[in-house]
Design a protein around this ligand. Sequence first.
Ligand code: NCD
Length: 356
Amino acid sequence: MSADGTNALVRQTAQFLHLYRPPAIEGDFKRKHIISVEQFRRDDLDELFHTTQTLRERVAAGDRELSRLGEGRLMASLFFESSTRTDMSFQAAMQRLGGAVVSASNGVKFSSVYKGENLADTVRAAGCYADLVVIRHPEIGSSYEAAYYLDRLNERIVTPTTVISGGDGAGEHPTQALLDLFTIIDLKQGLQGLTITLVGDLTYGRTVHSLAKLIARYGAEDVKLCFVSPPSLRMPDSVIDFLNQHEIAFHETDDLFEVLPETNVVYWTRIQQERFIRQADYDAVHDNFILTPGVLNQAPRDVILMHPLPRKHEMGTPNDHDILDQNPRAVYFQQMENGMFVRMALLAKVLGLEGV
Ligand code: NCD
């Protein structure tokens, strides 16, 4: 006990951002927790994307050998926040590699979390049973906390476990950024000379935090980032500082039409309603950037339109969705599918599967 009577061992989730430092990949993915895009160097990304491409070809060719690679391996899915694509694509990735997936029946809400169990104990339970845990949680620092406790648990159990973040509150979403960057490089044959415009909720959107930082880590000649948001939803200072350290060019504005005509990649995002503390703050901005088919027409012909999804009214009406979906510039379904391939590559590398 400390002098004020509190137990110094009981820590807030956000404190783990300082207590735990994610390991650099440096050419070796095996058993490394994947928590932040800051862990990756250019070489690591090239290697991961090469494996992703190979796995994509093998899946497309119906290669049956794939489902032997991960035989006997187990992934636990721990989603404390709703998810469609991240959860399903991780599960699909694991199963396509021949591994299996466990989760609490009817989801984490009906596990002992319902009885008030804390994050560390729930993570350790998953860690005792699985080789790998994918976690999504509403609090920043949750995946750092998971990694911190798993490192200690791993010293005591016979099946050591690695954690991969599927979204760390309003902080990072590293695997989304991996699939986003893979998609851009795949469709644009690299990053060189591209102007990449991120639009929407840049304060609470974890996908854009990770993507901006990952582009900086990847580096490329004459790549430029544009950040378009209402002034109240600017990119956080931590991301801006990271970009400055990496000497990457960026421009912030609340005027989409200032940058759209010179944009090669437009990355649209949802205003993260669930992260706002005051409803009035959400109401003030939620209609600011609506991508209708008419808006997209003001971008260059070779632009690609990305979105991590889910989408709501920031892509107009359901009818607008249909029109946009038919436009060949809209690549969010390829992006979505790539998510499974990138996650297959990452799982294979982190689990150290032979034959990938
Ligand atoms: C995003 C997320 O959960 O951060 N979705 C995803 O993982 N594909 C984006 C969002 O919720 O807006």
